[in-house]
Design a protein around this ligand. Sequence first.
Ligand code: HEC
Length: 152
Amino acid sequence: MQARWLALPLGIAVLAAAAARADEQAIPGVTDAVQARTDYQLKCQGCHRPDGSGDNHSNPPMRGVVAQFLTVPGGREFIGRVPGVATVNLPDDRLANLVNWTIARFDAAHVPQGFRPYTAEEIGRLRKNPLRLERAAMRAQLVAGFAKTPSD
Ligand code: HEC
């Protein structure tokens, strides 16, 4: 008897999970959102935090910020060359999947129109040339080019 009453909430939970998954699977350039989420948890969130909020000193927030790099010249390349991305021990295709997921997950609102998702080939090319000490100045220069919001 009880099994019947359990079946409905269970069915709803399964459907909700499938819907959430379908939603994430629809992100351009993300071939496997479940994999991306796991990779983020294992390789990125120690610094950037689970919700992408980072901290206010050593690790920058990605939430509400990261896609703005795509709006300034050189920002697209910067994302593929920061050490956290370029040197992670993941193959190029999984890293492209993860970077595209990260952008959509934490800053969908700033993704520019006509954004072409990173491909494994592009990520492979960019990561061969990781940024070193010059990255802080480069980052500051890119951030200075972000469009100002009315509240700034
Ligand atoms: C050891 C800490 C650390 C880890 C791990 C790390 N990052 Fe970062 N990340 C940083 C720091 C610090 C910066 C700022 C640039 C710099 O100095 O490298 C950054 C910059 C970035 C940027 C450029 C945007 C910006 O605000 O500068 C992206 C995108 C990014 N990280 C994604 C990732 C992803 C994806 C992973 C996991 C594969 C990851 N990071 C792992 C610390 C980390």
